[in-house]
Design a protein around this ligand. Structure first.
Ligand code: DGJ
Length: 534
């Protein structure tokens, strides 16, 4: 007996040690991969779809986290985006406080989610509000930009060498700490600064900035922006005319952010990105009507050439107009840029647009302000706290169990996804020999009327030549052979769900469930559809 319990104790000790070892075992560093013109975020060496949500700005403090995790659990996210505050991280020059980061790591692991940490450094929404006090109190050493009238603006200067060096040093300390403290890669990506650029002034008008503005534009900028200038080495106004200030400021800010990113990446090469406060994608106003200097759609090429250490330039999408929203998705889905939506909001019905992002191979998506620290708006006060989250939770509950399959199918180019747009009653997704016909608000006799509110969304992925994965909400899907004179027949329409990468069969749909096409309502339904022709 004694021997048996001694063996048991030894086994338990060994297994505890093994699991401890397993816990600290280094996993592969996440990376952005491009293949055949498509991107994926690789986490643990396989494509990963970030089902994310971003907290409010002041929610990363340990005292606030109890109001963060339950919301994330309700949403069924796999990734939480939340800030790291420079003012907290470096309370005195060169003294770094890791307690908040460590609390985030521990909390995320406990709640089995990944993190995207947002470095609120030199810029936060165009201002220097997150610089530590010792910097704020020394504006001569860490200067603001000067506006056209020579007044200090509420925005940091991108030419301030001391600020740049301080930011690099702090960011490197942060990344070095992550490298040591996170072998399991809880943190999968880092945002460098937050909506960098300037509101209220197009650029810095300090004497130093003015000198550079009148000097020749670096040739790599001319090449990136495909400028054919009259003179061999034009200055900024000659090269860019009315957009000169914005282009110049973008170059200056991107150079600075790029250096911070490169310094951090040199110690720990996690994927890095910068986020943009957007300009109107359909009717862009004149410079001055949007934040100047950030990675807006008109200067993405400048950012790419100025800041190659950034893997992605990402749009923060708060548009109410779905047409504008879709246009933004298209503008940031480029051959040199993976689509990633790190912040989004707007009316609840915008949640359907997640599917449109998936249709452009988004590697991740993250609505903003998704915690219980405060009501999102006055209208939300007193309402059940889950109410706002529900439309987003619906998406993630559906996709969550098959997130890895979706990420892989999208990376392989086998997936198409769309969402309902007002006035568009039906659309066709082409998969070679098969067309998937999607209709919204369809009645039994197959007449599509559109849903009362455009809530429809669908994802179709080709699993084999004649087999498709189909899932979504509030729409009907049917298949038609592309070849004329042929008819489709359903061989087998299986309802099921993915568990650990395997499709688990639940039941076969037939009769009324298939005779009028495959109907998706508000409940999460996943179908595997096998087709033939006659
Ligand atoms: C965009 C910023 O990036 C966020 O940090 C936040 O300030 C939202 N705007 C507005 O709530």
């Amino acid at each position: 007996m004694k021997i048996a319990s001694a063996i048991l104790a030894a086994c338990m000790a060994a297994s505890a040690a093994a699991s401890l070892h397993a816990q600290v075992k280094e996993r592969p560093i996440p990376r952005v991969v491009k293949k055949d013109g498509r991107f994926a975020l690789f986490v643990d060496d396989a494509p990963f779809l970030m089902l994310g949500a971003q907290t409010h700005n002041s929610s990363a403090w340990p005292a606030a986290l109890p109001k963060v995790w339950p919301a994330m659990e309700y949403l069924n996210v796999n990734t939480v985006e939340t800030p790291v505050y420079w003012e907290q991280f470096e309370p005195r020059p060169g003294q770094f406080d890791y307690t908040v980061i460590d609390a985030l790591l521990a909390g995320a692991r406990q709640h089995r989610v990944r993190l995207v940490l947002l470095w609120f450094g030199t810029w936060k929404n165009g201002s220097q509000h997150y610089m530590p006090e010792w910097m704020k109190l020394a504006p001569d050493r860490y200067p603001h930009i000067l506006d056209k009238n020579g007044h200090a603006a509420d925005s940091p200067s991108p030419y301030a060498t001391a600020s740049l060096e301080a930011d690099k040093k702090a960011f490197v300390a942060f990344m070095r700490h992550l490298k040591a403290a996170d072998p399991e890669r809880t943190v999968i990506m880092v945002q460098v600064e937050n909506e960098p650029g300037t509101w209220g002034s197009l650029r810095d008008y300090s004497p130093e900035a003015q000198r550079l503005f009148e000097a020749p534009v670096p040739p790599e900028v001319l090449a990136a922006m495909q400028v054919k200038a009259a003179s061999p080495s034009p200055n900024w106004p000659a090269a860019f005319g009315p957009e000169a200030d914005v282009c110049f400021h973008a170059w200056s800010v991107a150079k600075y952010v790029g250096q911070v990113a490169a310094a951090g990446k040199a110690v720990y090469p996690l994927p890095l990105y910068a986020n943009a406060a957007l300009r109107d994608p359909l009717k862009p106003g004149a410079p001055g009507t949007y934040e100047s200097g950030g990675p807006t759609d008109n200067v993405l090429a400048i950012w790419k050439v100025a800041a190659p250490a950034l893997d992605i330039l990402a749009p923060d999408i708060y548009m109410n107009d779905p047409v504008a929203y879709l246009k933004v998705l298209e503008l940031y889905h480029r051959d040199d840029n993976a689509l990633f939506v790190p912040e989004t909001g707007g009316p609840a019905n915008n949640a359907r647009l997640f599917f449109s992002a998936l249709g452009l191979q988004a590697i991740g998506y993250s609505p903003f302000g998704m915690d219980y620290t405060r009501p999102r708006s006055a209208a939300d006060a007193g309402r059940p706290r889950e109410e706002f989250l529900a439309p987003w939770a619906m998406n993630y509950r559906l996709i969550g169990p098959m997130q890895r399959e979706i990420a892989r199918l999208n990376f392989e180019g086998k997936l198409q996804a769309v969402s309902e747009q007002q006035g568009k009653l039906a659309e066709t997704l082409s998969f070679g020999p098969w067309n998937a016909v999607v209709s919204y608000g369809a009645t039994r006799n197959n007449r599509a009327a559109g849903n009362p509110e455009p809530t429809g969304r669908i994802l179709v992925a080709q699993l084999k030549d004649n087999q498709f994965l189909v899932t979504g909400f509030s729409c009907r899907v049917d298949f038609q052979p592309a070849a004329a004179g042929q008819h489709r027949q359903f061989l087998r329409v299986e309802e099921g769900s993915y568990e650990n990468g395997v499709f688990k069969f639940l039941r076969i749909w037939n009769g009324d469930e298939t005779d009028w096409g495959l109907n998706f309502g508000a409940e999460p339904v996943v179908l595997r559809v096998s087709l033939a022709t006659y």
